[in-house]
Each structure stands twice: as C-alpha cells, then as structure tokens.
Design a protein around this ligand. Structure first.
Ligand code: PLP
Length: 438
C-alpha cells in the first residue's frame, strides 16, 4: 500500500511533469477537457479491481452487489442529464471509449457488409463513421461495412443535405451517421431523419464532441429524431475517457434495440466493464445535472465565439466564419502556413492546439488548418476577456511562425526548435519566442 511516489518514482515523475504541462499551458484541443477532482478520485478508485461481465442483476461473476448499484446509478444519471424518459430511452454505460461505443452501435444496428453513410473525415467527420482512403480500408467501420461519405458544401462549408439525399437515393444506406470531430455548426437532425426514412434506415448521432452542450440544451436535440445516440464522456461532458450508447425503446423500428445494443457491447465487442471509469462517468454526469452546468456550457460557446471573432478581427479566415459550438476551424492557407507548423510552434510556447484538415486541402497529410476548442479553458473559469488575451497570443504565434518561415524556408521546424531553446540568440525569432514565453 505504499504510495506511487515511493513505489514507482519514475511514473510519478512523468505524472508530475504532465500535471505541470496541463496547468501551466493553455489547453485548446477541442476534444479535451479538465475533469473535476471528484471525477478523478472516482476514476482512480478501488473499483478498478472488480470484474462484472454482464449487466446489473445478471453478471457472470459474484460479488457485484455494489457494482450493480453503481451501474444503475450511472444509467439513471445519464438519462437524467439528457432529459430522457426511461420508458422511451435506455443507455449502456460500459463502452471503453467513443470508438468502441461506435463499433458496438454499428454491430447492433447492421449486418456485416450493410451500407452506412457518415460525414467524410476531410470534411470534419470521424474515422469510426466509415472512413477509408483510395489505398486502404483502415477503420473497422469500413472494413466490416460498406460506407459512403457525404460532405460539406464547398462554398458554405455546411453539411450539404440535398446532395446527401441524392447520394442516399443511389447508395440506399441502412444507417445514416451524423456528428463530427471538426464541424463548428449545429446539425439538422429532422432533415437526416427524413432522408433515412425514405430508405428505412436508422439514424445514429455521434455527439462525442458536443454532448455537454446538448445536455445543457445549448444545441439542437438529437434524441428527438435519432434511433441511437453515442458519445464520448471526456470532451464537453468533462468526464473520464469512455463512451455511452443511448438507444430508443418506444418505436416499432427500435423495439429490440435494447437487447441488440447490450449484446453488441458485451459479449460482441467488449469484456468486463471498467467500473472505476463508470464511477467517474457517474460523478461527471451528476455535475452535468446541476443548474450550474447550463452556465458552464453557455460560457464554453461564448468563449469559442469570442475566440472566433477575435481571430477574424486580426484578419484571419475561419471555416464558416464562426461557430455554434465549442470549436473553431481556422484556415491558415491564406497565410501560406500549414497546421503542423503552427501546432509545433505553439507547443514550444505552451499553447496546445492541433492541426486539422480544412475543406479543399490538397492533401490530407498536410492539413491547412487548426482546430481550437474552449472547453478546457472554460473549465479553468476563463471568460471573454481572458479569451481575447489567448487570441492575441495566437496572433503573435502566427507572426512568429511567418517570420521564421521567411528566414528558415525548408528548415523551418529545425529553426523553430533552435530559436525556442535559445541556441541562436541573435535572431528576431528568438526575441519573439522570449516575448511569447513571458
Ligand atoms: N466520435 C467522435 C465524433 C470523436 O471526435 C471521437 C474522438 O475524438 C471519437 C468518436 C472517438 O473517441 P475515443 O477517442 O474515445 O475512441
């Protein structure tokens, strides 16, 4: 029972360094957040020791009295957080992550080689929505199912529902997936339902990114129109890393979905649930059920909109010119800068961002944009005035990147590192790095 610092100082040291990185830097990755201390305590608890294959009341192992109570509590809070009537909706809280939740949902809804359509990855969709390239089917969702991506309009950058309807007429999907990893606007779930109904297809919303905002009622409600809703628990929802699958129980089409989803999670795709994680999810969901949650979610969106406005005021281009949710997609191509260059530079000055494809990128390997999200900064209680400062930091980072690009040409990355580590004190770049660091 010796503490970690004594048992394994090497791992403790790595945790300490990462703790410092998270708290000293600015976290702008749209898929990340900072969990509460309570959620981390639950997630790091003794519940990790227990096996509990099966569902509450029907386990393959003994000793699950308290685990059953926990899982039922987590299910209850999940339905409550999304304002769902338990006679109409059910939930499985066991998925280990968003990807496994999605694969289990596909396993529940489809037969092998059935047809699905999801938003294309270059247009903001997720790998698990059927992604493949001309060279390779590299995700289970395209290996085991036939998939066809739909896309965004090349001028508005909004989902092109008309074109999607026309594609669906030819492809005749059994499943339409909506939801995205990099789409700054809300979804028209009614339009998707209408298209799906023309082909007798299911509609599944993957609300991994926006679930915290949907729970707060700040975005359109997918539960009104979808058969299945999946989500991760660690993005805007502020929980530990895991997934949830919600399934409808009240329509003819959905009549056996409860069994199909539960069987797909276990035994089809997973083994024993991670009970420590389920405890962390339950605690996070309790927080999402509080009246304060709405204020948090509202502020996440206001902060993202403020960040967007500030970047536009600095003369930068955003995909769709702004946002309805927690993220903005920043198109760097007019500056002649790639997303990976700005990401690397920001890493050196304690700002964590990620490169992202923007519509019309010539190559998926060299994304021309950056995705920025405000969930984590809002969890640190940052308001509009703070976000304006962050936008200014980003502006200065771009200026620095442009100076270095001009100086360094193809050796750009090497030069970033050299100036940021003060090896070359004489350069303009080094001065700017010092300024940014302070
Ligand atoms: N679905 C969407 C829309 C996502 O953005 C992500 C991850 O970013 C996932 C699913 C996968 O989640 P995980 O990384 O937990 O497997």
């Amino acid at each position: 029972y010796a503490p970690l610092a004594e048992t394994d100082p090497e791992v403790q040291n790595i945790i300490d360094k990462e703790t410092w990185r998270q708290f000293s830097g600015l976290e702008l990755i749209a898929s990340e957040n900072l969990t509460s201390r309570a959620t981390m305590e639950a997630n790091g608890s003794i519940l990790t020791n227990k096996y509990s294959e099966g569902l509450p009341g029907a386990r393959y192992y003994g000793g699950n009295e308290w685990i059953d109570e926990l899982e039922v509590l987590c299910q209850k809070r999940a339905l409550q957080a999304f304002h769902l009537d338990p006679t109409k909706w059910g939930v499985n809280v066991q998925p280990y992550s968003g990807s496994t939740a999605n694969f289990a949902a596909l396993t529940a809804l489809l037969q092998p080689q059935d047809r699905l359509m999801g938003l294309g990855l270059p247009d903001g969709g997720h790998l698990t929505h059927g992604y493949y390239t001309a060279k390779k089917k590299m995700t289970a969702s395209s290996i085991y199912f036939q998939s066809l991506p739909y896309g965004i309009d090349s001028s508005t950058h909004l989902v092109d529902y008309e074109k999607l309807a026309a594609q669906a007429k030819i492809f005749k999907p059994q499943l339409l997936i909506c939801g995205a990893s990099a789409y700054p606007r809300d979804w028209d779930y009614a339009a998707l339902r209408k298209i799906a109904d023309e082909h007798g297809a299911f509609v599944m919303a993957d609300i991994a990114h926006t679930s915290g905002l949907i729970a707060a009622g700040e975005l359109a409600d997918p539960f009104q129109y979808c058969d299945v809703v999946t989500t991760t628990t660690h993005k805007t929802l502020r929980g530990p890393r895991a997934g949830l699958i919600f399934f409808r129980k009240d329509t003819d089409k959905a009549k056996d979905l409860e069994k199909r989803v539960n069987d797909a999670v276990f035994p089809a795709c997973q083994g024993g649930p991670h009970n420590n994680t389920i405890a962390g999810i339950a605690t996070a969901l309790l927080q999402a059920c509080q009246p304060t949650w709405k204020a948090y979610a509202k502020q996440v969106i206001i902060n993202a909109q403020t960040l967007g406005k500030e970047l536009v005021a600095h003369g930068y281009k955003l995909q769709t010119q702004g946002t309805d949710n927690h993220l903005v997609l920043w198109d760097l191509r007019p500056l002649g800068l790639t997303g990976s260059k700005l990401e690397k530079l920001c890493d050196l000055v304690g700002i964590t961002i990620n490169k992202n494809a923007v519509s019309g990128d010539a190559s998926a390997q060299v994304p021309g944009g950056i995705r920025l999200g405000t969930s984590a900064l809002t969890s640190r209680n940052m308001l509009e005035a703070d976000i304006k400062v962050v936008a200014d930091f980003l502006h200065r980072a771009v200026q620095l990147a442009l100076v270095l690009q001009k100086e360094a040409g193809s050796k750009l990355l090497k030069d970033f590192v050299r100036v940021a580590t003060f090896e070359d004190e004489g350069r303009e770049g080094a001065r700017l790095v010092r300024e940014l660091r302070t």
